[in-house]
Design a protein around this ligand. Structure first.
Ligand SMILES: [Zn+2]
Length: 417
């Protein structure tokens, strides 16, 4: 049975050039005593936008791990797949993020709901998790309400899981279920019963990605109250731990945080809570490696700087088209974006400092950063030129990628100095 270790990080690499630099960050962490399983994730949307195939991610992961003599487990994640998009991922992936968010709120058949309720009767009245301060009330009508909201999604997750299992065989892949791409966060009580549903459908889920309060915009810090997040995170973690035992789910079941990367104000909370309970985490980062490529090219100056300036100018022209698919996960204040005229005067430092996520820097511009984050399609349109520049400036670019994953993410999450 393939099992995911205690700590794992999802690494997005849109253009498939930075696997080695990302792996270097994982190796650096293990030298500090933190063993992290690397998981290369790429969603169907990213593949379509760039014109790559799921197999490309497999080839990258296999070749960089082999090149580095990396003998520990690693995975290739078919990120946010559903019943319609999973097919071309099946052969080359060994980690599947089954996304059933779009089914939430659709009602399952009455008989399925009644069957679920009869198995949940013992929780009528509520639950107190021994040894913790977590308890909740749950009347049968509340449980019914939860079943009406989530059972259909759990049944869909089963259908997708069975399709993958039929092709790959039981135990040959990691299963994640994601319900994060919705407006309303799930409460701990809801999460508890969702896990019961997944267990009843015999889905050996190893990671679950709930939705939390606040905004998780791509590539920038969390927008919301970090203390409220910490409270939710702790409750969810206790629920997951209890539910795994109670429902016979895999004992390594853990939380997957789809952070959209760079949630620096949350990392210390996550780190201290998982430490307190000795629990694991899967941190799924978005494709901000692409941003590091842009920063690296800007720092390289010359043609690299010219290329990324051109990308930015085009992104201003196509802003609506680029932002539309990401409307729920970005928040750009257009009036704070530098104009074409302004950036034409900029040198390497000014351009890269505007994009680099150093919240303390006066040049840092989160609006520009988010716009470039969604502008990767423009580089895909000039792939040959782009790849040539990445290769010419490999050293400086890979240093940016490494430092981003290691210093800004891993060190903050695991409190490494
Ligand atoms: Zn997600």
């Amino acid at each position: 049975m393939k099992t995911l270790a205690k700590y794992s990080i999802g690494l997005g690499d849109r253009f498939g050039h930075q696997g080695s630099a990302q792996l270097k960050a994982i190796i650096a962490a293990s030298e500090k005593g933190i063993d992290i399983t690397p998981v290369w994730n790429k969603s169907n949307r990213e593949h379509i936008t760039i014109g790559t195939q799921p197999l490309d991610v497999r080839i990258e992961a296999d070749s960089v791990t082999k090149g580095a003599g990396f003998k520990k487990p690693y995975f290739v994640d078919a990120d946010h797949i559903n019943i319609d998009t999973v097919d071309r991922f099946i052969e080359c992936s060994d980690f599947f993020t089954i996304d059933v968010a779009s089914y939430i709120g659709k009602k399952a058949d009455e008989k399925d709901i009644l069957e679920f309720l009869s198995g949940a009767e013992k929780y009528n009245g509520g639950l107190k998790i021994a040894g913790t301060k977590l308890s909740f009330e749950s009347s049968i009508s509340q449980i019914k309400h939860i079943a009406e909201k989530y059972l259909f999604a759990a049944i869909k997750a089963r259908d997708i899981y069975r399709k993958i299992e039929k092709a790959k065989g039981n135990g040959n892949f990691i299963t994640e279920v994601s319900i994060d791409e919705v407006v309303q966060p799930q409460t701990p009580v809801e999460l508890f019963f969702i896990l019961k549903m997944l267990a009843s459908e015999n889905i050996p889920v190893q990671t679950i990605a709930p939705k939390f309060s606040g905004r998780f915009n791509k590539g920038v810090d969390y927008v919301g109250d970090p203390l409220l997040f910490a409270k939710e995170f702790e409750s969810d973690l206790l629920v997951i731990d209890y539910a795994a035992k109670e429902f016979g789910l895999p004992e390594n079941l853990k939380m997957s945080i789809h952070s959209g990367s760079d949630k620096f104000s949350l990392y210390s909370h996550i780190g201290s809570i998982i430490k307190k309970y000795n629990k694991g985490i899967h941190l799924k980062t978005a494709g901000t490696t692409w941003l590091e490529e842009v920063i690296g090219l800007a720092e390289s100056g010359g043609k690299g700087l010219d290329f990324v300036k051109e990308i930015y100018i085009k992104s201003l022209e196509k802003i609506e088209e680029l932002c539309a698919p990401y409307a729920d996960v970005i928040n750009i204040n257009v009036s704070s974006l530098p104009s074409k005229q302004e950036i034409s005067e900029w040198n390497s430092d000014k351009f890269s400092d505007s994009l680099k996520h150093n919240p303390g820097s006066s040049d840092y511009n989160p609006n520009m950063r988010q716009l470039i984050h969604v502008a990767y399609k423009l580089a895909a349109l000039q792939m040959k030129d782009y790849f040539r520049l990445l290769e010419t400036n490999e050293q400086i670019v890979s240093k940016c990628v490494y430092e981003n994953i290691y210093n800004r993410h891993i060190c903050r999450l695991f409190d490494l100095k």
